[in-house]
Design a protein around this ligand. Structure first.
Ligand SMILES: Cc1cc2nc3c(=O)[nH]c(=O)nc-3n(C[C@H](O)[C@H](O)[C@H](O)COP(=O)(O)O)c2cc1C
Length: 212
């Protein structure tokens, strides 16, 4: 259960402890949470890039306004979305249909209507809107990653403060038709990170919720 304690424990960590690492099981659990996140039609228009290379991490840090999380977090995941989803819609939909045929043992022909529905939705979007639509899905996966890490007692920081075009060049994403969207740095907080101890500033329930 995601208790209030877990929700309050989850804090966007500025300083990670470089001496503490994650276990293989923990990393697997976090990766599972990203893959199992929901997405519109279940299309999963995302790729998660685990960046382990130290040099690349340093370059990412420069593209990310010097934020230390890029180099200090033991696990760094860049969330990327396809840039050609509008132009190559059928390719992405067929990939998904083929997975569905395998996993659910259904005939491809029984999925024709569903496939057409997805294609119809994307057809109505411009190139930019299709990318923005995919990015919305990536943020859902980000939320899953944030809650999963917190529920495991692991720290994380979502990071949007970076230059996406530069990050795409560093990681060679452009030629893969991918665009970086958001980053999740994962590890353990440094005991001296007092920013992590500050109480949360949130709208009151009355302000945040409207009953109509
Ligand atoms: C999409 C997104 C992008 C963010 N980008 C950054 C970032 O670049 N650097 C950073 O230190 N925190 C970043 N944050 C963390 C927010 O500043 C933080 O969530 C907010 O201040 C509330 O604090 P809390 O997460 O500790 O409760 C980001 C959060 C989100 C959801």
């Amino acid at each position: 259960m995601i208790t209030k304690d877990i929700l309050n424990f989850r804090t966007s960590i500025k300083s990670f402890d470089t001496t503490k690492f994650l276990t293989v099981d923990q990393v697997q659990n976090i990766k599972d949470s990203l893959r199992l996140a929901p997405s519109s039609y279940g299309l999963q228009p995302w790729s998660f890039i685990e960046v382990n290379d130290k040099e690349k991490r340093l370059e990412l840090q420069k593209a990310g306004w010097g934020q230390s999380q890029f180099v200090d977090a033991p696990l760094l995941i860049v969330f990327a979305v396809p840039t050609d989803i509008k132009e190559n819609t059928s390719k992405y939909v067929e990939e998904y249909m083929s997975d569905m045929v395998k996993v659910r043992s259904v005939e491809r022909s029984s999925l024709d209507g569903f496939a057409q529905q997805i294609i119809g939705t994307i057809e109505r979007l411009t190139h930019e809107e299709a990318i923005a639509w995919a990015q919305k899905q990536a943020y859902i996966a980000l939320g899953f990653g944030l809650l999963t890490t917190a529920s495991l007692g692991i720290d994380a920081c979502p990071i949007e403060g970076f230059m996406p075009d530069t990050v795409d060049k560093i990681l060679g994403l452009t030629e893969k038709n991918l665009k970086s969207t958001v980053v999740l740095a994962i590890g353990y907080r440094l005991a001296s990170d007092h920013h992590a101890d500050l109480p949360k500033v949130r709208k009151s329930e009355e302000k945040a919720f409207l009953a109509i």
